[in-house]
Ligand binder design. Structure first.
Ligand code: FAD
Ligand code: NAD
Length: 443
């Protein structure tokens, strides 16, 4: 009889692990337990369903439970794993549909329980009209809420706050973005924050930065946000103040966490317990620039973690090679892409960090429709080692950041960047690619 692999959590990390393991080793029995009603979907698409650009939440589903079953994978939505005994390799599962508890066993276990939104410790968050955005169910609730809403306040100008601000504006809502730090996207440098603020304001978003949110006012249904800078009336409040990994189940069974508070794994996604793997937002990655574990809760990382775990469980050679911290998102016309360390983060890490920031274009100046494009390079004084960078553009030009990401994977320098043969034609780039212009300025 084949070995039994059980996956806890069926979204990005879990679904990838299950699908890959079964494909590589059809003799494996593969079972997925998922607490919510949905498996295998792209949560990253939720803002575009809210904006109306994608007509339904169902479009985000990559594979339905029926499709999994056809591949021989048992997928169980509405099933929550409530306890795991690693000595016996037995799990206790609560079936929310039937209201019953049962036990199952595993030879291999993948913990892919993801992350959940953090709520600020302020009064009033339990009221009607207050939302977070993480799951399909959250998407359903927000879509319903949008129908009657007029004024939205969004707490947090990070990835979700910025993407959803655009979605809400597209739905015709008045939007106020409330950020505790001094700029939008505060984990990156100020030049990018300034570009973002301009773009948000041009599109009618009120941006309040450096605010302390004190309470959500209302009597059962939210009416306003009380802040250190004044009161913001709102009939819909989205809390987007960050996420934390769902590690409780892992901790209870003795799985070790790493320094970031997410599950520690090796390159094969193995935890400290024999036969137990972790994948996705619940797990750490190795940061190749910092040279230490790092928590990067992103969808592409979750898929790679899961694929690695699935391959290893299926008996194949596979490794996850780590991250350099690359991300991209859209805020109205701007695509903002970052990789590695910001200048401020590099200074905090003790590097003698310098930065170059330039404005160029995404095409030749004479080419119709070419638009501005900005590049920031972060590098170490003396060695010229590249530490990070950002590209902000009107569209796909921002994907130039991937060149920087590739260099970061190899500990590249400004000299390495200058030596690259990059693509050029007037519709896509000036004759000197903006990355090369930035590197020249830095040297
Ligand atoms: P999750 O998606 O959190 O899934 C974990 C699942 O485990 C959950 O469904 C949960 O119900 C289930 N679970 C937890 N505990 C149990 C239990 N005890 N028993 C059974 N099931 C359990 N990333 C990007 O890279 N690019 C983007 O553009 C991007 N956009 C995003 C936009 C939004 C609005 C959001 C919310 C996220 C976005 N992300 C993006 C992040 C990306 O969606 C996550 O990194 C990814 O979903 C992580 O997948 P995961 O499977 O690790 O965790
Ligand atoms: P985030 O960490 O990106 O941003 C949270 C923001 O909230 C920060 O700017 C923080 O300073 C601010 N904040 C924290 N407490 C606050 C408070 N009390 N009042 C006001 N502001 C406060 O988190 P998020 O936007 O919630 O997104 C969650 C996760 O989803 C991200 O970590 C990311 O992994 C993922 N995501 C990624 C993408 C993408 O890659 N395009 C898009 C959406 C979501």
């Amino acid at each position: 009889m084949g070995k039994r692999m059980v996956v806890v959590g069926g979204v990005a990390g879990g679904a990838s692990a299950a699908a890959k393991a079964k494909r590589e080793n059809p003799d494996l029995e593969v079972v997925v337990y998922e607490k919510s009603g949905f498996v295998s979907y792209g949560a990253c698409g939720l803002p575009y369903v809210l904006s109306g650009e994608i007509p339904s939440l169902e479009r985000l589903i990559a594979r339905t439970p029926e499709e999994f079953r056809k591949q021989g994978i048992g997928v169980h939505p509405h099933h929550e794993v409530v306890d795991i005994n690693p000595e016996e390799r037995v799990l206790t599962v609560f079936d929310h549909g039937e209201g019953r508890t049962f036990q199952d066993r595993y030879d291999y276990l993948v913990l892919a329980t993801g992350a959940r939104p953090t709520l600020p410790p302020i009064p009033g968050t339990e009221q009607a009209g207050v939302y977070t955005l993480r799951s399909m169910e959250d998407g359903e609730r927000l879509l319903r809420a949008l129908e009657g809403a007029r004024r939205a306040a969004i707490l947090g100008a990070g990835y979700i706050g910025l993407e959803v601000a655009e979605a809400f504006r597209k739905r015709g809502l008045e939007v106020t973005l409330l950020e505790a730090k001094d700029r939008p996207l505060p984990h990156w440098d100020e030049e990018v924050g300034t570009l973002l603020r301009g773009e948000l304001e041009r599109h009618g978003v009120e941006v309040w930065t450096g605010v302390r949110v004190l309470a959500l006012r209302g009597s059962g249904r939210v009416e306003a946000v009380e802040t250190s800078e004044g009161v913001v009336p709102a009939d819909l409040v989205l809390i987007a103040t960050g996420v934390r990994p769902n590690t409780e189940l892992a901790q209870a069974m003795g799985v070790a966490l790493g320094p970031t508070g997410a599950i520690a794994t090796d390159e094969r996604m193995r935890t400290n317990l024999e036969g137990v793997f972790a994948a996705g937002d619940v797990a750490e990655s190795f940061h190749r620039v910092l040279g230490r574990p790092y928590w990067l809760p992103l969808g592409d990382v979750a898929n790679k973690h899961g694929r690695t775990a699935g391959s290893v469980i299926a008996g194949k050679e596979a490794r996850f090679h780590g991250v350099v911290g690359t991300a991209i998102f859209k805020a109205f016309r701007l695509a903002v892409a970052t990789t590695g360390l910001s200048w401020e983060a590099a200074l905090r890490e003790g590097y003698r960090a310098k930065k170059a920031f330039i404005q160029s274009r995404d095409g030749a100046h004479y080419y119709p429709g070419s638009a501005p494009l900005w590049v920031e390079l972060v590098y170490e004084e003396g060695t010229d080692r590249l530490l990070g960078g950002a590209v902000v553009a009107h569209g796909h030009g921002a994907l130039r950041v991937d060149v920087l990401a590739a260099l970061l994977h190899r500990r590249g320098t400004l000299e390495d960047l200058l030596a690259l043969d990059l693509a050029y034609a007037p519709p896509y780039s000036p004759v000197w690619d903006p990355l090369l212009i930035a590197a020249q300025q830095a040297r």
